[in-house]
Design a protein around this ligand. Sequence first.
Ligand code: WT7
Length: 658
Amino acid sequence: MTDDTLESVLTEQRLFEVPDQFAKQARISGMDQYFEMMKHAVEDYEGFWAEQARAEISWEIPFSEILDESNPPFYKWFSDGRLNVSYNCIDRHIEAGNGQRNAILWEGEPGDQRSLTYNELLDEVARLGNALKAYGVGKGDRVVIYMPMVPEAVAAMQACARIGAIHSVVFGGFSAEALKDRIEDATAKVVISADGGLRSGKTIPLKANVDQALEEGCDSVEHVVVLQRAENAIDWTEGRDVWFRDIMARESGDCPPEPVEAEHPLFILYTSGSTGKPKGVVHSSAGYLLGAAATMKWVFDIRPESDVFWCTADVGWITGHTYIAYGPTAVGATQVMYEGGPMYPEPDRLWAVAERTRTTVFYTAPTAIRALMKQGEEWPAKHDLSALRLLGSVGEPINPEAWMWYYRVIGGERCPIVDTWWQTETGAHMIAPLPGATALKPGSCTHPLPGIMADVVDEAGNSIDRAEDKGGLLIIRRPWPSMLRNVWGNEQRFIKTYWSYFPDQYLYLAGDSASRDADGYFWILGRMDDVINVSGHRMGTMEIESALVSHEKVAEAAVVGRPDEVKGNAIHAFVILKGSRGDQDLDHLRDDLRGHVAEKIGPIAKPDDIRFADGLPKTRSGKIMRRLLRAIASGEEITQDISTLEDESVIRQLQGKD
Ligand code: WT7
């Protein structure tokens, strides 16, 4: 956080009251209702959540225990209850007579379209579930899903949930090597993938990446299910590989949902941290489902019978898990799913899809808004966006300028914007407006949701008074149902990362710094660890450094974020070579290193800038001076004391001057 950010957020004065029209029909209308819910949660925390869990979830066996705090930080919710998540997301809507309602309105990048009703979704999920069972996948076994943005990806996730298998979706933009690490960490039995994925006019060789990952390891994998999507030529391993369409033709559409314990893991999702390899965040079945369903209603104000919801995230991220695969289906809504790039073939693609599908609630990331804003107002102006009634933002702080553009140009000044703060670990929205109740301030995620005890504290864990005009650490004081349960296979890391900052107190450490203004509004200021947010994607700087150092010519590397107008942060790498810089073709090496990082992690991790120097600035005790590197990367004047530096000439090199 810089003092400038703090200064600007604390001086933002604009307030947007809830439009009367919106408040009148909203599920939660008026702050009184919010305060009442919050009061209930404060006075009877367990009673509040039990009530929500009974209302939102159809239980196979009802729970009697609510929150088990006997072994912190390993909390359990509703633990003697049993349910099936896919039953909750599909069957119960069919039983209620809504089987003919569209679950997914899909559009492929080339323009092909497909819609699936809840009946049709069930059929696909059941056949896939039966195939997984035939391959010996049972309750608790892991399945990796590495797919493009197609309805079959949602079906694959739901099929795992149906039979009690644990899925781990790997974003299609990750490389073969990143895929291999994740398959091995999760010891998956089956991988579900596709011949290729289509994005921004390119074909991503998903199956080839799977083949490469499996060639280099992944001994646990017995079968690879392949969806034909991209007409992409692929290699085939007889006995191991199977076509998705053959499964659809062969298996029965009758696959009874397997009831599991409330705490049974629903999925693992890998996310970057400040150290080491990405960690597998483990989510539960009931608590997670509750978070997804409740926030669809509270924050997105969803009316399943009339709304068309569209979340533009990829299913490879938590946003796509909660607000594509599980949230919209849990409440029985109709959602839009789009396969390709937002600028393809032209910058009005999203607006064209929104117009065609009559999207009413639209959810995207600030980086996309900024990129589209740069293209000009003429693109959205070509389309009728009058069906929109609510807009959402997620992934990083939204700057007031982008907020205003989104509000005015896309929302026609009639749609509230819900700026939702949450994380892979929180499972669902945590701090966000209730659109029928909360007056909005551009750039603020406003207030914690009912039952979420978020706070901003000092180093000792004491609340920082509102309007004290200073930032602090964002924490959550009480366990909440959709919280992560563990780091897959690494309890110690779970404890250390989230629960060890404040000695003797179990306060969940989010890793963000935040401040609260005089009205109690929360403002997220940014990460406080070595994680950077690039286009709404979380990247560990250490992970990129390791990738760079694994190149034969690199001796040492330091990676920092530098502010970028569109991406939020750009990736800036400082690289020290083995041998002398003078002997190298540096431009060529730069390309080579970028390619190397893409191979190790994925194209999203490619450094935007690489600068070479003879050394890195370190303190006498040998610590890399990251703050100094951040200042150099963003071209700021250097105000740090550099007198402890061994060699000041490296500064000029790092600035690109020598
Ligand atoms: C980090 C979590 C869960 C959403 C997708 C990203 C940042 C997320 C906001 C917001 C300011 C935000 C935080 C957080 N973040 N939403 N509305 N305002 N910052 O999930 O990859 O787990 O990243 O994204 O820094 O810690 P993620």
